[in-house]
Design a protein around this ligand. Structure first.
Ligand code: ADP
Length: 324
């Protein structure tokens, strides 16, 4: 392998820049020519592929988002799009491709690698933490910290006015973000896509809070839970329980931004460094992940088919025990 390209695809996540920096510099350290692809797979198709040197990635370690931009690219799902992408890589003699993204990004990389024999490595970058093969994905820790900071502020006002707040956090299919933020912010209850909490149980919990003289209550609602968004749930609850003044906050896209936490900077650096090193040792069609504080490879096939991650049992239990 002489020439390696890196791209970010799917949703952006804090720590992607730290990872791009690590990929580029590790490659250069080993004497490889490095390239950045703009806008994910769209840039591969449009031939928006730029040479990168050590200085191209100066001063980005601490920035949120991704300097390479990201985009949804439906064209890459078609044979014709993939063909164009391959032609552009071939022209530049790029024989290694490192993709940073989620499930969709890995599916694209896997199909592309299989079809054209390009060496591909995947790095898990999504705030949702919903990928198999890595205890943590890039951006998750920063998002959790951002949300905790927001909830702390909401708690101040909730407490001063005896209010019940429903706070909706990201996680279409995964309750990882909701569970962690619930524990870290001392939420009274949390609604997760993976777990059944009936509205009846939720109301019992809130009533207990009133009986034990709680002056405010916060319910974290994961956007993918089965009762709908925070507005719907607030409305349903209010019909049967209106002890508090009820408010709703949807945190939205602020959860995706911001300077990456120390953890995500280090994770991005480790995963980028490992992806290049492993590729140079001959690995391909693998995802690099962190498991038990060690870098581990998982084949993209397995990562994509397992479709599972784990919510920590102790955290689940704690949402009941510590919120009494
Ligand atoms: P994420 O990587 O965060 O899951 P997406 O699901 O939006 O985000 O996928 C990112 C990109 O990966 C898509 O815009 C598309 O270009 C590419 N992709 C997704 N699925 C496929 C597929 N089946 N074949 C080829 N490319 C795909």
């Amino acid at each position: 392998i002489r020439n390696i390209a890196v791209l970010t695809s799917g949703g952006d996540a804090p720590g992607m820049n730290a990872c791009i920096r690590a990929v580029v510099r590790t490659g250069i350290y080993h004497g490889k020519n490095m390239f950045g692809v703009m806008q994910g797979y769209q840039g591969l198709i449009n031939n928006h592929i730029i040479p990168m040197n050590a200085r191209s990635v100066s001063n980005i370690l601490h920035l949120g988002g991704t300097i390479l931009k990201t985009a949804r690219c439906l064209e890459f799902k078609e044979d014709e799009g993939m063909e164009k992408a391959f032609k552009n890589l071939k022209e530049k003699e790029i024989d290694g491709l490192i993709v940073i993204g989620g499930d969709g990004t890995f599916t694209g990389a896997q199909r592309f690698g299989k079809k054209y024999g390009v060496n591909v490595m995947g790095i898990p970058g999504t705030i949702d933490n919903d990928l198999y093969g890595s205890d943590f994905t890039l951006g998750y820790d920063t998002a959790v910290n951002t949300i905790i900071e927001a909830i702390d502020k909401i708690r101040d006002t909730a407490d001063s006015h005896d209010r019940l707040f429903f706070i909706e956090v990201m996680g279409r299919d995964s309750g990882c973000i909701a569970l962690r933020t619930a524990v870290a912010s001392g939420a009274e209850a949390v609604l997760l896509p993976e777990k059944e909490t009936s509205l009846k149980d939720l109301i019992i919990k809130l009533k207990e809070g009133v009986n034990t003289k709680k002056s405010s209550s916060i319910v974290i609602v994961s956007e993918g839970n089965k009762y709908g968004g925070a507005w719907d749930i607030a409305k349903s609850v209010k019909r049967k329980f209106n002890h508090y003044d009820t408010k709703v906050t949807i945190l939205g896209h602020l959860q995706r931004g911001g300077s990456p936490s120390g953890f995500d900077r280090i994770l991005g650096s480790r995963l980028g460094f490992a992806a290049v090193n492993e590729m140079l040792k001959g690995a391909t069609m693998q995802m690099v992940g962190l498991r038990g504080n060690e870098i581990k490879l998982t084949s993209l096939d397995v990562a994509l088919h397992m479709h599972s991650y784990k919510l920590e049992d102790d955290l689940l239990e704690m949402t009941k025990v510590l919120s009494i």
